[in-house]
Design a protein around this ligand. Structure first.
Ligand code: SAM
Length: 460
């Protein structure tokens, strides 16, 4: 039988490939959707199935382990994913009638598997429906690590760490927020028009959109309610860029001015590079560097679309950039590679594919990158260090170690005055850094530290 290009088949292909190749779901899904002939509605369903199934893996497996005699891990990889997809629809997707979910899932099993598999799939899904009720109830307000891991569907090691760092109440809010769908926010390009004007034009181009102003960044708009702003003329012509609000705040806090010399040390795919150049009104010098050749092209694409001519894009390891050691930049941004625990709702595979050992290997790289970035900050200049993670060893503890080793830098005490009031109230930490958690503004979790280099070199 020929395989149908359906939303469920696409979702299944992606889920299998994520596990087999350890690749990111968002990239694979984009590729697979681009090759498919799915309608916009089915593309939406495939996307929801992929992210939802990855997000809820723990809870789905808990259910399946009660329904599959030898346990979910005794099944072939593709059958396991197909059953997760089936149960996900039955438990979480109100808009798919249960009979349709069972039928479609069994049809896929018939095409892909031998005789026994459709029967198994049919039996498991029907038995879930039959046994529905108290058996599948989970605590509303879980109190233990095990329950929290099951209810919010995260690995226990991550839940344990979140509870250790933030306490049970905040950890619960973070983990629940990780399961809510991410919003769509865009950054207005002030070189094209101000926020009010771009909001008006976007509304004209997409009448069904609801548009709100961001309370986190003055250039941000939050879009909801449908439409495809990214496929329209305004996007192509560089009037706006899709970017998370917390990520916008990073550049706001570096606050580069027109005419300055600025370095974006880990720049790809270029979200913040474009923002820096916009704030600099395309005047001065901005060097955007990234170590990966294929990612450098992404920065170039961004810069071109936004009509920014001031940016020099360079493929280089920041630690070996010619001129490292010369304090030549007024402002330096280090948006460091990190464990990404602040963006789990966008990339749910992070919680299954990474672990605490990975943090260990990142710590050394972050330290070296920060040392290299710091050497290039001119006296009196500003250094911003940011990550999209919630792990203190990559954030607060990194800062404490850095300031101890580099006494010519200090935390910028004026940060508090420059923060938007809602960020100051929710995300300013006692030691003067910003740690946005995903439930604060329904945006990405981000850590941001701003430091100033002394104007005179310290006498020994
Ligand atoms: C968090 S991402 C940067 C995101 C980017 N600032 C943005 O807003 O679009 C971290 C980046 O650091 C880059 N990177 C990792 N090691 C590096 C190194 N040694 N030198 C320069 N870039 C590096 C990675 O390729 C990755 O693109």
């Amino acid at each position: 039988m020929k395989r149908k290009d359906s939303a469920r088949n696409v979702a299944l292909d992606v889920l299998i490939a994520v596990e087999e190749r350890g690749a990111y779901s968002n990239l694979l899904l984009n590729d697979r959707l681009n090759q498919s002939t799915l309608s916009p509605r089915d593309r939406g369903l495939a996307t929801e199935l992929v992210y939802g199934t990855l997000q809820r893996k723990n809870t789905l497996d808990w259910i399946l382990n009660k329904l599959v005699r030898k346990g979910v891990h005794s099944l072939d990889l593709w059958v396991r994913h197909l059953l997760r997809l089936g149960i996900y629809q039955l438990r979480y997707l109100d808009r798919v009638p249960p009979q349709a979910a069972v039928h479609e899932t069994v049809e896929i099993a018939k095409v892909r598997g031998h005789r026994g598999i459709p029967g198994l799939v049919n039996g498991v899904l029907r038995s879930y429906l039959r046994r529905c009720g108290r058996e599948w109830l989970l605590p509303d307000s879980p109190e233990t690590v095990t329950d929290l891991a099951l209810v919010t569907s995260h690995p226990e090691w991550l839940v344990r760490r979140m509870v250790e760092v933030y306490g049970i109440k905040t950890a619960r809010s973070v983990l629940k927020a990780n399961n809510r769908p991410p919003g769509l926010s865009v950054r207005v390009n002030p070189l094209r028009g101000n926020r009010e004007r771009v909001a008006r034009l976007l509304q004209e181009e997409n009448p069904q959109l609801t548009i709100r102003r961001s309370s986190v960044s003055g250039q941000g708009l939050i879009l909801s309610g449908g439409g495809h702003p990214v496929s329209g003329r305004l996007f192509r012509e560089g009037w706006f860029t899709v970017q998370d609000e917390s990520s916008m705040l990073v550049t706001d806090l570096l606050a580069p001015r027109p005419g300055e010399r600025v370095l974006d040390g880990c720049a790809a795919p270029g979200g913040k590079t474009g923002h820096l150049a916009e704030r600099m009104e395309n005047r001065g010098s901005l060097l955007a560097c990234d170590v990966h050749p294929h990612k450098v092209k992404l920065i170039e694409n961004q810069v071109r679309r936004l009509g920014l001519s001031m940016v020099e894009v360079r493929q280089a390891d920041l630690r070996e950039l010619p001129g490292t050691g010369e304090p030549q930049f007024d402002r330096v941004l280090l948006d460091a590679p990190c464990s990404g625990w602040g963006v789990i709702r966008r990339k749910p595979d992070i919680k299954w594919s990474k672990n605490l050992r990975e943090v260990e290997s990142l710590l050394r790289l972050q330290e070296q990158l920060l040392e290299a970035a710091a050497r290039m900050v001119a006296p009196g200049g500003t250094l911003v260090y940011s990550t999209c993670t919630l792990e203190p060893r990559e954030n607060q503890e990194r800062m404490i170690a850095f300031l101890k080793k580099n006494p010519t830098f200090q935390a910028d005490s004026t940060l508090v005055e420059t923060l938007p009031a809602p960020v100051r109230e929710k995300a300013l930490t006692g030691d003067g850094w910003v740690q946005i958690l995903p439930h604060h503004f329904e945006s990405d979790g981000f850590f941001i530290a701003r430091m100033i280099r002394e104007n005179k070199q310290r006498q020994k």
